[in-house]
Every structure is written in structure tokens, then in C-alpha cells.
Write a protein that binds this ligand. Structure first.
Ligand code: FNR
Length: 192
């Protein structure tokens, strides 16, 4: 069976560098043989996690995201870096998704033994590399295996102009390879 991956950028703004980068990550996975659902978190708005909101009734968007995750073999994420960490949007989305599913099972089961590939983009010189360290750790705590390949695209204002094209050949192939590496591992696992 073809692997299926869920992809999103950890930013809501229209001109987000990470929204420009995530299609390339998805392309790398598709070229390696996966189907990719590339979604916009803007289409799945969620409040900041609040146990009282959850107790009053899980937001529908949590169930929609969980259904996408249930149908996926892993995640592809392009994340900004906020104050040396991942944005609250990314953590909040993962936290809501980890809550009980519509069947009443722990949402963390949705992530178990699945794979992830992560990249980041920032107008700064380091490209958000510190957010990748934090995101990698958070994803592995959810039970995902994060491939060792990762790319932080620095100077994103120049490298990811509004045409959305990452011209730098070395970075471009590195980002494609993060997506492809996830698929390679999934296909190897399927054979084993
Ligand atoms: C930032 N930015 C930022 N950049 C960085 O490289 N390291 C950092 O620690 C931070 N910290 C930070 C905190 C907050 C609250 C904001 C709003 C921004 C800048 C950030 O990289 C920039 O806004 C990017 O454009 C965000 O990514 P998108 O939206 O372009 O994908």
C-alpha cells in the first residue's frame, strides 16, 4: 500500500515562509511514492487548549484532524521558530490531537509507530533550527519516529520570495530529501 502523510505549516499568516516551504517537503514525499494531504491549519481553527472546553464537548476540528491522522502513516511539518521554540499553534494543535478520539481512545495512539519529517524557515540566519530540536522532542514523546534528516532555511525573506520557489539547489534537494526519507523508512518498515 502507498504510504499516506499529513502535512502542514505551523503558521497561519498568508505570507508565511513555512507555508511556502511545506509544499516542497510534500513534493519530496510524493516523488518517493507517498500520497500527501497538505492542509492549512487556518482551516482547522482551535481555541487554546482548555479542559473545560473539552469537557463541554470536543471541538469538531479536533476530530477532523484526528481523522486525518488516523488515515496517515506520519506527519510532515514546516515550523517557524518563536523565541527559540515551536509556535504555540503547533504545540496546541498536537495537544488537542492527543486527546480522546471520537471512539474514546487516547489520541496519542494515533501517532504511535508513525514517522515524521520536519523542516523550518526563518528570516534569521539560523532558519529556526532551535524550533526543530523542540519539535523533534515533542513528536517523539507522542510516539512518532522523526527522521534524522532536517533542514532549517535561514534568510527566508531572500530564499523564499513570494513566488514560493526555493531556488537554492542544495537546500531544495535537502528539503525534498526529508520528505523522501520519511517514505523510504515507511516502505522499509512495510517490508520488514
Ligand atoms: C519570531 N521570530 C523568530 N525567528 C527566529 O529565527 N528565532 C526566534 O526565536 C524568533 N522568535 C520570534 C518570536 C515571535 C513571537 C515571533 C512572532 C517571531 C521571527 C519569525 O521567524 C518570523 O516571524 C517568521 O516569518 C515566522 O514564520 P512564518 O510565519 O513566516 O512561517
Amino acid at each position: 500500500p502507498r504510504p499516506r502523510l499529513l502535512a502542514f505549516a505551523g503558521s497561519l499568516r498568508a505570507a508565511s515562509y513555512n507555508r511556502r516551504l511545506v509544499p516542497l517537503l510534500a513534493q519530496g514525499a510524493r516523488e518517493a511514492g507517498a500520497d500527501v494531504d497538505l492542509i492549512e491549519l487556518r482551516d482547522y481553527p482551535l481555541p487554546v487548549y482548555d479542559g473545560d472546553i473539552e469537557a463541554a464537548g470536543m471541538p469538531d476540528n479536533v476530530y477532523r484532524l484526528q481523522a486525518l491522522m488516523a488515515a496517515s502513516d506520519g506527519l510532515l511539518i514546516s515550523t517557524p521558530e518563536y523565541n527559540g521554540s515551536m509556535p504555540a499553534l503547533v504545540k496546541n494543535t498536537l495537544d488537542w490531537m492527543s486527546r480522546a478520539t471520537v471512539e474514546g481512545k487516547s489520541g496519542t495512539l494515533l501517532f504511535q509507530d508513525k514517522m515524521a519529517g520536519i523542516v523550518s524557515a526563518s528570516p534569521g540566519p539560523l532558519g529556526g533550527i532551535r524550533s526543530l530540536i523542540v519539535l523533534r522532542d515533542a513528536l517523539s514523546k507522542l510516539g512518532l519516529l522523526v527522521v534524522p534528516q532536517q533542514v532549517a532555511v535561514g534568510n527566508a525573506a531572500e530564499r523564499l520570495p513570494d513566488t514560493g520557489v526555493l531556488a537554492d539547489e542544495r537546500l531544495r534537494s535537502a528539503v525534498l530529501n526529508v520528505g523522501a526519507a520519511v517514505v523510504r523508512h515507511l516502505c522499509k518498515g512495510a517490508k520488514a
